[in-house]
Design a protein around this ligand. Structure first.
Ligand SMILES: Nc1ncnc2c1ncn2[C@@H]1O[C@H](COP(=O)(O)OP(=O)(O)OP(=O)(O)O)[C@@H](O)[C@H]1O
Length: 211
């Protein structure tokens, strides 16, 4: 298990974000160092997905400051090619099989050609999707499809994981798999911010929104 080549620290100072001009989140501060994770809690509409979009650089903070640190460099936006964002909506292409989706992602994430097949088999096995990997994903169950979404985390070699309800529609065995994937990612020196109501491990700091 290789440590990430460029460990990242994320510092948030009093950040807040608005949606359509309406304040959603206010006054969030933390420092997230390599090997640590934050679990976002909060009721529906409290701003968990909005926060993740903000950390992904998709919407700007309305107030406060985000600072990404890597190799002595500091930026207000995430460094290019460092973030894996798994949103709550599926990114699986339903006309393709799981294997074909993963083939696409290995190209997207710049995996060298000779290593692609091995990486795909490992990822499918990890998320327990090997036995349905040749079926068109439009014909799979919600939980099976979510497992394929999560395989993206095993394909991409990225130190920042932003996961929105990764365990939605996933059974207890699958939740344990997600916990282990995150644990391994943290051991490699990655960071993770995860919106979830599930218990995923002890390395998480808790951030409760909507209070
Ligand atoms: N694209 C958007 N345009 C305008 N308002 C939005 C948009 N997305 C979210 N909002 C608003 O921002 C607020 C927070 O939504 P968000 O999706 O971040 O909450 P959440 O905590 O992730 O909710 P859930 O638990 O239901 O997924 C809500 O009031 C929502 O209506």
């Amino acid at each position: 298990m290789e440590p990430y080549a460029h460990p990242i620290t994320l510092e948030a100072t009093d950040v807040g974000c608005d949606r359509a001009g309406i304040p959603v989140v206010r006054g969030v501060s933390f420092t997230l160092k390599p090997g640590r994770a934050i679990q976002l809690f909060g009721p529906n509409g409290s701003g968990k997905s909005s926060m993740l979009s903000m950390f992904a650089g998709l919407i700007p903070p309305t107030e406060g400051e985000l600072a990404w640190h890597s190799d002595g460099d500091k930026r207000a936006k995430p460094f290019d090619g460092m973030t894996l964002f798994i949103g709550h909506e599926t990114s699986v292409k339903l006309a393709l099989t799981a294997k074909e989706n993963l083939q696409f992602w290995t190209q997207l994430y710049g995996i060298e050609k000779p290593r692609r097949d091995e990486r795909i088999s490992q990822a499918l096995e990890l998320v327990g999707a090997s036995h349905f990997s040749d079926i068109r994903t439009g014909r799979l169950s919600a939980g099976q499809r979510r497992r394929i979404d999560l395989a993206r985390a095993a394909i991409a070699d990225r130190p920042i994981w932003l996961l929105d309800e990764p365990a939605a529609a996933i059974d207890a065995t699958g939740v344990a798999v997600i916990g282990r994937m995150i644990e391994k990612h943290l051991e490699q020196g990655g960071i993770a911010i995860v919106a979830t109501h599930d218990e995923l491990g002890s390395k998480f700091d808790r951030l409760e929104l909507g209070r």
